[in-house]
Design a protein around this ligand. Structure first.
Ligand SMILES: [Zn+2]
Length: 305
């Protein structure tokens, strides 16, 4: 199953010539999960070729304009391009009012239904194969971090064992493969008799705007990929504390303690034309650090352990 991250915007507060405002698309198979919708994000969305009419869910971390001002434009763009599937939106409760008021004042005509769900801590949504969870972040206003957590996958299926136990090839194999026990000639054959140990799914973390703290360290524990607020470099640590963001090094310290495999720095202050210094600082404490760029694509493989 494809699990792909596409960075639609990687700047904080103001866009630059090279970076749009925050938005991260996660494609899982044919489904799309979008985290934040900074102003103008629909241009890179269209550029990415993700398509306007697939299962799409938008998660907003907090109600600062650089994370949410693009939402209505995105919705309008989907409508003008003929979307007819419902759109699911998740975020702080006041996002509902923001959408209601603005769609009315701006006469935004949508061609599809919008379902809004207010986010609290814990499970935000659950699908058959994965769950999205939220945790309060530490920012100047009510903010959330999110994780996408794939459920364990069934272990490797051993057909020769199934045959030995008298299970003929076909429908019963399929059930055994998917974790079900089956009855054959009055005997129970257990899925665990013919499959290897369950295989761990993937875990992706998205911090939104936040200080790095121990609560988030727990929340992001074991992430295969973590995308974390890295607004500042070491020399602006004071600014990071004051504005309740993180430095690249703080992001890396959290990622290292949380056992994160790959750390992606993003949400860079517009003062950094070149973010290589931030990567350098983060790389002193974490061994796999990447700086996000607009339109950068990262595929996340299944863990090999
Ligand atoms: Zn921001």
């Amino acid at each position: 199953m494809l699990l792909r991250i596409i960075f639609l915007g990687t700047s904080s507060a103001v866009p630059t010539a090279r970076r749009g405002l925050t938005s991260i698309a996660v494609q899982r198979g044919s489904e799309l999960l979008i985290f934040d919708a900074g102003e103008g994000m629909q241009r890179n969305f269209l550029q990415s070729g993700l398509g306007v009419n697939r299962s799409t869910r938008v998660f907003i971390t907090h109600m600062h304009s650089d994370h949410v001002l693009g939402l209505l434009g995105f919705m309008q763009t989907l409508a003008l391009n003929g979307r007819d599937m419902p759109l699911h939106i998740y975020g702080p409760e006041i996002l509902r009012e923001y959408m209601d008021v603005n769609t009315r004042l701006l006469n935004v005509n949508l061609t599809y239904d919008v379902h809004f769900k207010a986010v609290g801590e814990g499970v935000v949504m659950e699908e058959r194969e994965y769950t999205v969870k939220a945790c309060r972040a530490e920012h100047t206003i009510h903010s959330y971090s999110y994780v996408i957590e794939e459920h364990d996958r069934p272990g490797t299926f051993y057909p020769e064992r199934a045959l030995e136990l008298g299970v003929p090839k076909g429908r019963l194999w399929h059930r055994l493969q998917h974790g079900e026990d089956v009855l054959i000639d009055g005997r129970v054959v257990r899925s665990s008799d013919v499959t290897g140990p369950k295989r761990r799914g993937r875990r992706i973390g998205i911090s939104g705007d936040t200080r790095a703290n121990s609560r988030l360290e727990e929340f992001f524990r074991g992430c295969d990929l973590l995308i974390f607020d890295s607004t500042f470099s070491d020399d602006e640590k004071g600014r990071a504390v004051e504005t309740m963001h993180s430095t690249a090094r703080e992001a890396a310290e959290l990622a290292a303690r949380a056992g994160v495999k790959t750390l992606v720095l993003t949400h860079f202050s517009a003062r950094y034309d070149d973010v290589s210094m931030l990567v350098k600082e983060a790389s002193m404490v974490h061994n796999h650090v990447i700086a996000a760029e607009d339109m950068m694509v990262i595929d996340v493989p299944y863990p090999s352990d």
